[in-house]
Design a protein around this ligand. Structure first.
Ligand SMILES: Nc1ncnc2c1ncn2[C@@H]1O[C@H](COP(=O)(O)OP(=O)(O)O)[C@@H](O)[C@H]1O
Ligand SMILES: [Mg+2]
Length: 277
């Protein structure tokens, strides 16, 4: 009997903007790709940050996911091979022709079902599908969470975060419950962690005690200007060899996901290892 393996679909979401969702989707995809997993990134944010980072000049406003939802393209035809190893991208797609068009389309059940069917047909080609969500709790976010098996919730380690933490946490819970009650929390991920700031430690302690151990990553992503450069199309640190050390924080997360999913125990990169001194 042939077993058809389907990709694990993980959404990266948080209602708040600027917490590191897109950075997480991109860096995680990169390290899963370096570990020989085939990855599809779906950019569900109209800001198209992933496309900007991954596509080199001349590909402005490529067709993408929303064109498929609009019925103007097939999912298979909007996949773009990126310059990162093992990573394909489905961009958001062309801008909507009138305000609220995309939101209204995703409000229609038949559109959602058709898109979900196409994703499921595609998912035999990949091992991981990562969806980058926009902030907020729009129909696009709800739909992304509906498509996904699990969600990664990046939380930015900043002083305000501790004060608004209870609200953020309730928000996440509500969003999950309305969009997809069977959705698992892959992990709450602390981003922009500052090892010199006691507040970062306080936030980590709070988050790690609030959530069950299995739904938080007990590893953090440090704050570093290197992460700002991953959105630039030239001199992208993801393509440097050796890789800047800070980026490897995401390799730790990739390993935690692989270990959970596949029982992998290796701690060394399996492909293209960086020549670290
Ligand atoms: N670990 C980090 N250290 C420093 N800056 C970061 C880090 N992660 C993300 N950033 C920066 O923070 C900003 C918001 O990140 P982004 O991934 O776009 O968040 P979101 O997708 O949640 O809006 C970007 O300018 C990004 O370069
Ligand atoms: Mg983003």
């Amino acid at each position: 009997m042939n077993v058809i393996l389907m990709a694990k679909i993980i959404a990266v979401a948080n209602r708040k903007g600027g917490v590191g969702k897109t950075t997480t989707a991109l860096c995680l995809a990169h390290f899963l790709g370096r570990r020989n997993r085939s990855v599809l990134l779906i950019d569900f944010d109209p800001q198209n940050a992933l496309s900007a980072a991954l596509l080199v000049g001349g590909q402005k406003d490529p067709s993408g996911a929303m064109d498929v939802v609009r019925g103007a393209a097939n999912l298979i035809d909007v996949i773009i091979r990126t310059r990162l190893t093992n990573i394909d991208l489905i961009p958001y797609g062309r801008p909507e022709s009138r305000l609220g068009e995309d939101e209204a389309l995703l409000g229609m059940r038949d559109k959602r079902v058709a898109f979900a069917d196409s994703v499921s047909r595609l998912s035999t080609r990949y091992q991981y599908i990562l969806i980058d969500c926009p902030p907020g709790s729009s129909a696009v976010v709800q739909f992304s969470l509906y498509l996904a098996e699990s969600v990664i919730v990046p939380l930015q380690c900043q002083p305000l975060a501790l004060r608004i933490m209870p609200r953020i946490l309730t928000d996440i819970k509500q969003l999950i419950e309305t969009a997809n009650p069977s959705l698992k929390v892959e992990g709450v991920l602390l981003t922009m962690y500052d090892f010199w700031e006691p507040i970062s430690q306080a936030i980590a302690a709070e988050v790690w005690s609030f959530f069950p151990r299995k739904s938080t990553f007990h590893a953090v992503i440090r704050r570093s200007p290197v992460f700002e450069r991953i959105f630039s199309s030239d001199e992208n640190p993801l393509l440097e060899d050796p890789l800047p050390e800070e980026l490897l924080d995401y390799d730790v997360i990739a390993q935690l996901i692989l270990t959970k999913e596949e029982g992998e125990h290796s701690t060394e990169p399996t492909s293209a290892p960086s020549k670290r001194k």
